[in-house]
Design a protein around this ligand. Structure first.
Ligand code: ADP
Length: 459
């Protein structure tokens, strides 16, 4: 980029920032400034008493200057200020207001003599402070107006041949007022700009964050659809592969000849079933993630459903020589849950399946059903396996999160089971609680809300 292009780019950017800053300032301050100007009119008129009390022979001149000349102009400027919608015009009107108010007081200094000459410069000082402080006049214009007012007051003192001590002290007081108000209004402006810049930055950051959020939502949705579509497409041919492997294994249409083929088709069936299981997980997960988990709610006995889940897992735990015990507390009461039985059973199977999968051969697994003190139904699955490290307790709820350490020899699974369980519980208004003492085991608790629970005598 050439130097000229670069500078024009900076100027443009600053100009845009400046316009935004001015617009914001204008909006924020206008009503207060208008209020200040009206107060100014009131204070200015009030000082008419001073003219009347101490004016002596100059009273008529002073009152004419104040009420016949300056006040109408000030009222006109206030009205114009109230009507304008343009920042620059409002800024100029504000400065003109101070110039007229202060200028008229300077004229009054010129029209007076004696001790009065010491009173009126104080009035100019009030205008200086009022403009820069109360009204929040623009720093550069305010400084210019104030310097002009000091010069006018000093010139008036000079014209009316005020004694030197009045001229010197008035100049000293007025210059200090200009200086103090210049510092105050410069500080105000710097602070206002800094506040504005911070606000702009915060707005931009928040809009970037919103954009990123929408982008991530879209890509998340796209990923979910991709997973669901691919899984669907894989499921059909996979079922055919498993089915044909079974036909060959059973040698329905005649013997296969070489015994090694029988071993191979068993491997095909085993791997196929494993793959089918993973695909089911992915489909369940994408449905849960994208709100397509439709619940078929009905009343069912929770204990019977958990028993069914245990029965489905028993074969694997027996092969691993693990004990799988069930504690159906309270034994004489059936807990009736109103919800989607299939989903809940699937969640229980996932949790028991994990306990079996991650607990060593010969380990102990316990399943219990009961009610807690609040009347929620509770399904606990405990094991004495390797447990989950404390720092992974939250992570394992996330999709595709697994713990890889030396104690976990089972590498099967995609890390979707617990996130599906959590979603199933969430759509039922329930929770998933995971507790673990590493090296000693795990307790996974599924809680279903009391509002969906009823009890009946056990059949
Ligand atoms: P997957 O079983 O497919 O790996 P999950 O989401 O069901 O996925 O579990 C996530 C991880 O949590 C598992 O990989 C495992 O490391 C850990 N985990 C879950 N249940 C247990 C358990 N009963 N004992 C030890 N670790 C467990």
């Amino acid at each position: 980029m050439k130097f000229r292009e670069l500078t024009s780019c900076i100027v443009e950017t600053n100009r845009a920032g400046e316009v935004a800053f001015r617009t914001q300032e204008y909006k924020e301050r206008k009503s207060f400034q208008l209020f200040a100007l009206v107060c100014g009119l009131f204070i200015y008129s009030l000082f008419g008493f001073l003219d009347a009390v101490v004016g002596g022979p100059e009273t008529a001149t002073l009152l004419t200057l104040r009420f016949a000349v300056a006040l109408p102009v000030l009222i006109l400027l206030t009205t114009l200020f109230a009507r304008t919608t343009h920042y620059n015009a409002a800024r100029t009107l504000l400065s003109l207001y101070m110039l007229v108010a202060g200028g008229s007081i300077a004229a009054m200094i010129g029209a007076t003599s004696g001790v009065l000459q010491f009173c009126y410069p104080i009035g100019v000082m009030v205008v200086i402070c009022f403009g820069a402080g109360f009204c929040g006049q623009d720093f550069r214009q305010g400084l210019l107006v104030n310097i002009l007012l000091v010069l006018a007051a000093w010139g008036a003192l000079h014209v009316s041949e005020a004694p030197l001590w009045i001229m010197a002290s008035s100049l000293g007081f007025l210059s200090s007022a200009v200086l103090i108000m210049a510092v105050a209004s410069a500080t105000n402006e710097v602070l206002a700009r800094a506040r504005f810049a911070a606000l702009q930055e915060a707005r931009e950051a928040s809009s970037r964050a919103t954009d990123l959020y929408h982008t991530s939502l879209e890509s998340n949705h796209a990923m979910g659809q991709f997973l669901a579509t691919v899984s669907h497409e894989l499921r059909t041919p996979l079922n055919a592969i498993i089915g044909f492997a079974e036909v060959i294994d059973l040698q329905i249409f005649g013997p296969v000849g070489d015994e090694r083929y029988v071993g191979y088709v068993k491997d095909i069936q085993h791997s196929g079933r494993h793959l089918a299981h993973l695909i089911e997980d992915i489909i369940d997960y994408s449905k849960a993630e994208f709100g397509e988990m439709r619940l078929v709610s009905a009343e069912y006995p929770l204990r019977r459903s958990v028993e069914d889940a245990i029965r489905m897992c028993e074969g694997v735990s027996e092969r691993r020589e693990q004990s799988l015990d069930f504690d159906p507390y309270p034994g004489d009461v059936d807990i009736i849950h109103t919800g989607d039985e299939t989903r809940i059973r699937q969640a229980v199977i996932n949790v028991i399946g994990n306990a079996i999968k991650f607990t060593q051969t010969g380990g102990r697994i316990g399943v219990a059903v009961g009610l807690d003190a609040q009347g929620n139904a509770v399904i606990d699955v405990s094991d004495n396996g390797p447990g989950i490290p404390q720092d992974a307790l939250e992570r394992v709820r996330q999709p595709f999160a697994r713990v890889d350490d030396a104690y976990r020899t089972d590498t099967q699974g995609l890390g979707l089971g617990l996130s599906i369980v959590e979603k199933v519980m969430a759509v039922h208004g329930g929770t998933l609680d995971i507790r673990s003492t590493p090296g000693q085991g795990c307790r996974i608790r599924l809680v279903l809300p009391a509002g969906q629970i009823a009890t009946a005598p056990a059949m």
